[in-house]
Each structure stands twice: as C-alpha cells, then as structure tokens.
Design a protein around this ligand. Sequence first.
Ligand code: TRP
Length: 431
Amino acid sequence: MRSTRVLTGITTTGTPHLGNYVGAIRPAIEASRNPNTDGFFFLADYHALIKCDDPARIERSRLEIAATWLAAGLDTERVTFYRQSDIPEVSELNWLLTCVTAKGQMNRAHAYKASTDANEAAGEDLDHGVTMGLFCYPILMAADILLFNPHLVPVGRDQIQHIEMARDVAARFNHLFGAGKELFVLPEAHIEEHVATLPGLDGRKMSKSYDNTIPLFEGGPKGLKDAVARIVTNSLLPGEPKDPDCHLVTIYEAFASAEQAKQFRADLVAGLGWGDAKKQLVELIEAHVGPMRERYAELMAHPERIEELLQAGAAKARATATPFIQELREAVGLRRMVAIAQPAAKAAKTKVALPLFKQYRLADGLFYFNFSDANGRLLLESQGFAQGKEAGQWIGQLKREASIPADAPLQLAEGISAAEVVAALQALQAE
Ligand code: TRP
C-alpha cells in the first residue's frame, strides 16, 4: 500500500499545557504510528522569529518544545523530525514562491488582516508594527509544505486559509514552470474532527490567553495539583449528588478509560466530594504525565541528545529536499550555464552584431542619438534635444514602430534610404 505523506509544523513559542497535549500533541503522535503514513514533523522556528525578537526565548522554546514532543512519544525512527531552520532549501523555496505570489492575496491573510484591523480600531497607521515576516508568513508556510509534497497537513481551523494559499501558489507554480508536469502535490488540510478541545479551569477552552491552563510538565506534580485545585466547581458538599456533565469530568475523560469514566460519573452522582474528585483527577493525569515528565527532565538535562536527533532528522529531510530544490531551480531557469545545449547555428547567431542606437551629448549641451546598422555603418542622426529623456523617447518610438514618423527630428546619413533604416529597425525588433 502506498503511504500517505503527512506533514505538520509546530511553532516554537510558549510552553505547552495540557490542552496542547490533548488537542494536538497526543493525536499527532498517535496518527504518526499508523504504518501507512510517512510523517514529517518539524519545529517551525523561522515562524517563531516573526513574533519574538528575544534570542534567549527563541532558544529555550525550541528546546522545550522538541523535548516535549520526544517525551510524549514521538518516534524519530519512524517519522522525520527536524528543525525548519536546518533546511536551507526552505528559505530558497520561500523566495521562488514569493516571486509568484500575488501581493493582493497576502493582503487578505488572516494574521495580517488581524493586525491591520487592530491598528485601524486604534487609529494607528494600518501597517503599524507589521513586519514583512508577518505579511509573508503564509508564503514561508507554503514553502515548508510544498518542499516535501505531503498529501495531508493536519492543522487547526485557524490554519485552513494558509493551506488554501499553499494550494494556490502550488497550482500557479505548476502552471508556470511545470511544463505539463505536477512539480508540487496540492496539499489538503486535515482537521481532526473527533479531537475534543480540552476545557480549562473555568470551563472555557483551555488557552494561555484565558489564563485557565493546567501545565503539562511545568512545576512538576505540585504544579499539576495546584492547577487542578483551582478548577471551578460549585458549592455542593460531599454526600450531595453532583451533575457529572461538567468540565472537571471532561478533563477526567480525556485521560480515562471508558470503564474509569463510567465509575467516576457514578461516584459523583452518588455524592463524591469535589475535593476527592480532584484528588482522583490529579492521580489519573499524573499516571499519564508522570513518566513523560521524567523523560522530559532527562532530555532537558541533555540538550546535546536532542540536537543529535534533530541533526539526523535534518539529514533525512534534506535527502528529499536537496534534489527537489535542484529540480525546481532548473524549472525556473536557474541552471548551470554549461548545461545550455544550443544548436551550433543559433549559438553563432547570438554572436552576430545588431543595429545599435547610441546616445551622446555634445559641447552645445544638447542631447543627441544616432543609429547604425550591424556593420557599424551610420544610418541616421538626430537633432539636439534639451532633455536626454526626449532622445530616449524617440528611440523608444522608433524601436516600437520600426518606421520613421514624418515629424521625426532626425536626418538620414548620406546615401542611406528610409527603407534601409526600417530594415535595421525590424532586425532589432526580431531579436
Ligand atoms: N503556522 C502553523 C501554526 O501556527 C505552524 C506551521 C508553520 C505549519 N509551517 C507549517 C503547520 C506548515 C503546518 C504546515 O500552527
């Protein structure tokens, strides 16, 4: 069976929380174990630079996020795990794509629009604080994707527009340079429909911007316990029956077996106290996260091991990327000069001299031009112009029209007919 190539990028900003784990990391790692998929996972650290100019934070986030994915069980033997910034072909493709991307399309990209909208609301200049990195963000993302020709790109809903832009630019590139061949596979966004978003402490979606997160590893077992203690419940006392349709149960269910979940719900209905319920929740999460946290700590203590894995991943990725970018360079015309195999006759023709316009200025301060044929025989001379621009405009018109307008301020050279001049102009046009 042919395997499906699946590629996704992980922006290396922030510190992962339990919601990231349940909503993104865990499902991606599970999917990567499917023997029919060929997974490409990378740390989008070039993208991280768009939002952060603090080198220490950039460095730390990359390390933490790499360690998180490895500790959570990403199998680097099975998938290709690398850093975007270790693949020079990404920035090379980024430029090739930039040159065929319409600026108008980028004007409509959500991330950029959000900034200009916020600026408009604040009465600022529309582009206030907008870097070209932010503006061109979707092109870099298209380069990440198209360089490896994946079929599927698992992303959150907020990224769908970016995948569509990648498809558009891929189609345009194929059309312009493919010569009938599909250089790029058109990627499809893959949205995990069945993955629930984990609620946070207050019942809204768990998110750093709501300040309602439960840390994944940060703060150790105590950090976990303290966060769970802050989960909002009601004031029902132990012994009173509780409604099990609440966010505490949803969080529990994200880690529980069907059996455990059923029991937990029954216990709450039977009057399990919130304090005990939270204790059980901490134990359940800890049973999952505890062993990962240990692996995480071990990896964080040995960054050189992560570095080594990522270097090996980059080598694996470049085994695909290097020959492919070569093919793309060829396609756009960036070729080795020796590779041009011209028929001899044509090569000779390129050496033949052409009719030539020359512009010059004389001691009278005026601007002139003349025109001579391929053998250097003078065909005509202009009158003097006050502005060099006027001479240029007459040359432009002569070249375009390959005829001599009646009012043209010039004289034919001695013994030259208008027909000879026209022939020379036509020869120039044919080139
Ligand atoms: N922009 C994505 C995000 O914020 C991360 C990303 C960068 C990405 N390049 C990618 C995702 C390529 C998928 C494919 O989530």
